[in-house]
Design a protein around this ligand. Structure first.
Ligand code: BGC
Length: 782
């Protein structure tokens, strides 16, 4: 067999051949999830494997956070996502030899993640060490339509003589998990986190119920099976004990015949509901899934995805690998958020234990822009999760001696879990990021119930936080001091431009919604004086500018700092945070990830085109992209200021972050924000889409390497498409009401007739330089 790797194909991710060393990586890229349940792409037989990985969104264990030196307001407890009861396991004995890909020979082996069927398929022809050959085919899904359900269709076929096959289908709790890295970002391994409450089995069905020791969350996992075999010489046994339930099936299967097992899995968890209630819930979900049947689940999955792609697809002509990567990215962003339903969207989705399973600003600033314009209900649900944690954010603000609400930098349940103040709680910008996502969603959907039930309060409480963190100085300017912006290599600074501009938007939006919803505002204690104080603070907000350099310093004194010595920094010392002390990073000009450049994108209406070009060039020379959240923003701004080839390089970097394992940590889970960034690079970068204050505008331009980018999106219930060619762009309305849009600054109305407009040439600016050794890889189309 050829050396295994991903094959390039527009709608699938296929890995042909067996490469055991690549398992950890491919378990993440082949993960299936629906925002509620996540299954890593491990083999059915359980071993060999990198990390087993079965996750339920929001299900975590709590642990004390260790501090060498304690301080007031430091969070006491951390939260870590739990690897819950594994239902993916189906072991096989061929005569008396266990199927284990480390032994015998894989005569054929391939796995395919299919973005349209929403399934992971496997096809293996295995020869046992004593020469018996079997073909194993499996297909699994985590249902988008029945959110408690996952299912696996598994077949074994003897290829030579009649063979005795024994199949064991398990539910296994407390699997041992080994963490092999010293990287502090990797999740702490948890030892036996689940305590048994119940185990029972009957017929082909079994259920295990557990709870966690410290966080006191309860869960139930259940399985049921359908067996298909022409022969009647078959024996089955089922058993359940605390941490293991197992259906065993033994059959003599002749050549040309198959043993097929369809395994249905149901998961449920709760912090409030009792164990019996959860058992009933998973029982009911199983019966529902059985009634739908395997083919029915496949059909539902397909039609859910047809609808998604019809609204969200991106087509790329001229770079087949990038085409695949962008669909892969969209598919995983959908999997991270589709059916979360008032749960967070973690930075890794439900694909691995990295970052302890925490959600960050990644959700609002990177993932929600995509979901807002492709599957807006999922964006709403993620924002409803934030809303559901508002009381905790209010309490956190009180602990910090502030008004309003202070949302956590990283969390699973809404409580702050960051033990590192400078790159944690001090990143107060997350509050404005949430407010911005709320406004974006409202503008895009005009969802009145959400506005009155959640948005007004979220905007009011975040605005109050800014009023209490910031202050008017003696010159009458409103300052926000002592905070950390998106760039975590510069911490606890005054007047971070990104934070100030986002806070300004937050304050103005809060004043506007309070005015539009007077009775709600009154209930929240907002009077006209408070709203006008918000407007004044917004108007008086400090926005730094360095007149000599003609750039915006990222924060106070930033442009006076010494520059990092990039020339003496060897390539292997990146990411810098793992090789240099923070104190040195903090006092130098070196940027981990887009910060001022992110302001150029999200608050682009605050800068002139000339300022954007100069700022972009200045920060380009300092930005090392030690975070995967950077390349996409650099792609967007490179495209805007006319560096289309550079934008294309960054687009590829964002889209291929996980497929090429660019950060060497994909085994801990995918970088969902970077995957969302692939959409951003296409739509906001080459499409030039901006949505300032609810006005949808485009300024499309292609990089020379591509002949077409076409994307679809939804806005105010209308579905539109934008097709970018080298010389012209075509806008189409697929359904819904006409929309007022603009193309390179010229307004037009998009109705039933397509609108085709010429594309002006890009602005001309000198090519910017990256820090020594940190230029992105020059993309050669594949
Ligand atoms: C980045 C943060 C991000 C976090 C989770 C860090 O490396 O600096 O901006 O929120 O990763 O993705």
């Amino acid at each position: 067999m050829d050396k295994p790797s991903y094959e390039i194909s527009p709608w699938q991710l296929r890995w042909r051949g067996l490469d055991l060393d690549a398992l950890r990586r491919t378990e993440s890229t082949f993960a299936l999830a629906n925002g509620h349940i996540g299954l890593r792409g491990t083999f059915e037989e359980g071993e060999p494997r990198g990390l087993p990985g079965t996750y339920l969104n929001g299900f975590y264990e709590q642990r004390r956070l260790p501090y060498a030196e304690a301080g007031y307001g430091f969070p006491e407890d951390g939260q870590t996502v739990v690897n819950v009861t594994d239902g993916k396991i189906i072991r096989l004995l061929v005569e008396d030899e266990p199927l284990d890909m480390r032994y015998g020979r894989a005569l054929e082996h391939e796995r395919v993640l299919d973005f349209r069927s929403g399934t992971l398929r496997r096809r293996t022809v295995w020869e046992s060490p004593t020469g018996r050959r079997v073909r194993i085919t499996s297909e699994r899904l985590v249902s988008f339509t029945q959110r408690a359900i996952a299912a696996i269709n598994y077949s074994v076929e003897p290829l030579d003589d009649k063979i005795q096959l024994v199949v064991q289908s398990d539910l296994l709790a407390n699997e041992p998990v080994v963490s092999r890295t010293a990287d502090p970002r990797v999740a702490a391994a948890l030892d036996k986190p689940l305590i048994s409450d119940h185990a029972s089995a009957r017929g082909y069905r079994a259920v295990l119920a557990h709870h966690t020791r410290a966080s006191d969350l309860r869960m139930a996992a259940a399985m049921d099976h359908e067996l298909h075999l022409d022969e009647d010489n078959i024996r089955t046994e089922i058993k359940a004990e605390d941490d293991l339930a197992r259906l065993t099936v033994a059959a003599d299967v002749p050549k040309g015949s198959k043993l097929t097992l369809t395994k249905y899995l149901a998961y449920g968890w709760s912090s409030k509901r009792s164990s019996p209630a959860l058992r009933s819930q998973v029982d009911a979900a199983l019966v529902g899934a059985l009634q739908t049947g395997w083919d029915g689940l496949l059909a539902e999955q397909r039609s859910f995805l047809d609808e998604f792609w019809d609204t969200a697809d991106i087509e790329i002509e001229g770079d087949a690998e990038l085409q695949q990567a962008v669909r892969f990215a969209l598919f995983h962003v959908l999997q991270a958020g589709a059916r979360g339903e008032t749960r967070a969207i973690p930075a890794k989705g439900l694909t691995g234990p990295g970052y302890d399973g925490h959600a960050f600003w990644d959700t609002e600033s990177f993932v929600l822009p995509v979901l807002t314009y492709t599957i807006p209900d999922a964006a709403r649900d993620a924002l409803r999760w934030r809303y559901s944690t508002l009381d905790k954010a209010r309490a956190r603000a009180r602990t910090l001696c502030q008004e309003g609400a202070a949302f956590p930098w990283r969390s699973i349940n809404g409580e702050e879990c960051s033990g590192y103040w400078p790159a944690g709680t001090a990143a107060f910008h997350i509050n404005a990021d949430i407010a911005d996502a709320v406004m974006r969603y409202l503008y895009a959907t005009q969802d009145k119930p959400f506005e009155s039930e959640c948005a007004v309060e979220l905007l009011v409480e975040t605005a109050r936080l800014w009023m209490s963190i910031g202050h008017h100085d003696t010159h009458g300017r409103f300052r926000i001091d002592g905070v950390t912006g998106p760039d975590e290599y510069t911490a606890v600074v005054d007047n971070n431009v990104y934070t100030n501009l986002m806070a300004r938007r937050n304050l103005r939006a809060a004043a506007a919604v309070a005015e539009a919803n007077p009775s709600l505002a009154h209930d929240l204690g907002v009077d006209t004086e408070e709203a006008s104080r918000w407007r004044d603070a917004a108007d008086d907000m400090v926005v730094l500018y360095d007149k000599e350099l003609k750039v915006h310093p990222q924060s106070e004194c930033f442009t006076d700092h010494a520059r990092w010595d990039f020339h003496t920094t060897p390539a292997e010392n990146y990411p810098l945070l793992l090789n240099y002390p923070y104190f040195d990073l903090y006092r130098k000009q070196v940027v981990k990830q887009a910060d001022l450049v992110l302001a150029l994108h999200l608050c682009g209406d605050e800068f002139t085109p000339e300022e954007k070009a100069r700022n972009f060039a200045y920060y380009e020379a300092l930005t090392v992209r030690d975070s995967s959240l950077s390349a996409c923003t650099q792609a967007v701004m490179a495209a805007e200021v006319g560096h289309l080839e550079l934008a294309y390089d960054y687009f590829a970097e964002a889209a291929l972050t996980d497929l090429h394992d660019l950060h060497d940590n994909v085994q801990n889970g995918l970088h969902i924000a970077s995957l969302a960034g692939a959409w951003m690079a296409a739509v906001a970068g080459f499409g030039g889409m901006r949505d300032h204050h609810g006005k949808l505008t485009f300024a499309p331009r292609l990089p020379p390497e591509l002949t077409k980018i076409a994307f679809r999106m939804t806005f105010r219930g209308s579905k539109i498409g934008v097709e970018i060619r080298p010389e012209r762009a075509a806008y189409r309305l697929y359904s819904g009401e006409p929309l007022d849009l603009s193309h390179h600054g010229d307004p037009f109305t998009l109705g039933t007739e397509p609108v085709i407009l010429p594309i002006p040439g890009p602005p001309d600016h000198p090519t910017p330089q990256q820090p020594h050794g940190r230029a992105p890889t020059r993309r050669r189309p594949r």
